[in-house]
Design a protein around this ligand. Sequence first.
Ligand code: ARG
Length: 459
Amino acid sequence: MTLWGGRFSTKLNDQAWDLNTSLPVDQRMALQDVDGSLAWADAIHKAGILSDEEHGQITRGLVAVRAEFVSGEFSFVPADEDIHTAVERRLGELIGTAAGKLHTGRSRNDQVATDFRLWMLQAIPELDAALKNLQAALVEQAELAGETLMPGYTHLQRAQPILLAHWWLSHFHPLGRDRQRLADLTKRVSVLPLGCGALAGTPVPVDRVALAESLGFAEPASNSLDSVSDRDFAAEFLFCATLTGVHLSKLAEQIVLYTSAEFGFFELSDAYSTGSSLMPQKKNPDVFELTRGKAGTLIGLLTGLLATLKGLPSTYDKDLQEDKAPVFQAADTLLMMLPVLAGAIQTITAKPKRMRAAIDSFMMATDLADYLVGKGIPFRETHAIAGKAVRAAAEKGIGLDQISLEAYQALCPAFEADVYQVLDPMKSIEKRNAIGGTSPEAVKNQIDGVKRLLSFENS
Ligand code: ARG
């Protein structure tokens, strides 16, 4: 039986029913729906709608329904249109006519928005914990890397030498910002729609501040029209999830590149690589390729919801039922991906020799220019002189370290024998010692900082 049959002469067409029902998607909000109903029962009892006896019956009934969901004994029937209908139907079976009083002054519009927010309030910490674990794996690798050198790239062209630890941490910080975004979003999720009715507010004199508090919300929504149709939190959640996906795809792409034979900077553990059905030698980074791929799917989920919301007339429209599937899918995707990534990162092996071999002397061309700056020559001029040195060496097929001192002095008389020292990549790295730089000292400070941050959160 639907909750709205009274006005209709025939039942809904079967296919229209299938289109209309949201149970396959929203049944995962079962516990939230029961909790919202328990709080609502308290509120309308206090407001004088339910007698003590009815309140007791409804509460005991809802607790029993909750237990059925937890134990897996709850069975849906074909007429359950959505999770709200299913809970109310079952309550009626358990306690009889008193169940019919629960929906007084409430609509599925404020109910569904409440359930969804309750669901998100528990999903955000789960996501946060998974992000934090991945961050911990990145810090672990950064510590393990010690003073391992690797080439740093811009435009995917060899640019300047960096510490591997610095590179690992460059993937830590975006996740930190993702976590901040989720924490900030929590404030906006924590606004209670319940008590807004279908659109215009509830005629029952409920104490919405107390109601909000009892459900763990920071405050009740202040405009009923806005509240039943506001899905900003869903769009924001999808944006957060999508940006995380984009961050992960950036890390993933580099692991895919760096595990290729051409780079050979890392080797994946067998536990996180896959083979080919045809080519026996293959060891594929599927985990990272899927991470890269799923970022695309996440972007689609975000744009899909925004398109659904665009131009919707106020207040509730059934289009809004499309809000949950993308949010659930995004959360599921990340919660599946993040632990796998943490494991894959934890077990990856760096190949310092290959990384070192990929640092050629040209990557110190900036240091050559900086060397002449130290001799009092303006950087614009030293940049041109170093550029000429690069061209001369490249033409001869030698490195900057193989240019003779005479040849250097022919380019600029300020060159002295100590020029070769600046062509040492570690020297180049050591010089970059300001906060945020790649020097061993700056990176050590960075590691200390992020570790303090993580352990502070644990305390
Ligand atoms: N299943 C619906 C949803 O997810 C619940 C709200 C239904 N409201 C209504 N007026 N039909 O949006």
